[in-house]
Design a protein around this ligand. Sequence first.
Ligand code: AP5
Ligand code: ZN
Length: 214
Amino acid sequence: MRIILLGAPGAGKGTQAQFIMEKYGIPQISTGDMLRAAIKAGTPLGLEAKKVMDAGQLVSDEIIIGLVKERIAQEDCVNGFLLDGFPRTLPQADAMKDAGIKVDHVIEFDVADEVIVERMSGRRVHPGSGRVYHVVYNPPKVEGKDDVTGEELVIRADDEEATVRKRLAVYHEQTKPLVDYYSAAAEQGLNQYHKLDGTRAVAEVSDQIAGLLS
Ligand code: AP5
Ligand code: ZN
């Protein structure tokens, strides 16, 4: 099964990716997590990406497309994968199509901007795994610690309110056109398209996803 999660920053893609990965046994490909790993490792890509990400802008299509193609070619992706945060521009979607990479399901998370700003202020992440929490809506078992490893949770560098608002503007301008792109593709029978109410509780959103993938 090949799935794309489409939605604004903070819409819940990473949170539901965790659920889908565990339930369906397919790997999550999060371009955001890949870039954050490169930043942590201090690679040339990481150094370049950090400036762009901290400003709430998008990393260049060329770099991202290269990263994703390389990742999808790996052995664990033969039975499917879950794309989280990719594609997020029309050229990225076209590059996938041109490379003959088909998808079965595109799942859009619908969440209003103001809900997102509030969510981001309470987000905490485990950098090693990409696991996501919220201090109120999805708290870890022990405050400030990852459920699996017990390691410290951190606040993402791009979660400051001004940066979140910038990222939302970039989403509306550059990523939102993919809603029409994949809806039109669904009409041609190329993929299924599902729009979810992402403002519901985490477990309810998971139930909706399980229903539409079954
Ligand atoms: P990326 O890491 O992809 O960030 P994003 O798309 O902005 O999305 P987020 O990770 O912020 O949100 P999410 O939808 O995963 O929400 P989450 O589940 O964490 O990208 C970061 C940057 O990298 C980009 O800005 C760009 O610079 C670069 N980049 C990445 N991919 C790129 C690409 N393809 N091209 C170019 N540049 C790229 O949830 C958010 C919070 O809400 C959490 O605290 C969570 O616990 C909580 N929450 C989740 N669901 C619910 C719910 N139902 N109810 C209440 N709270 C909830
Ligand atoms: Zn995410």
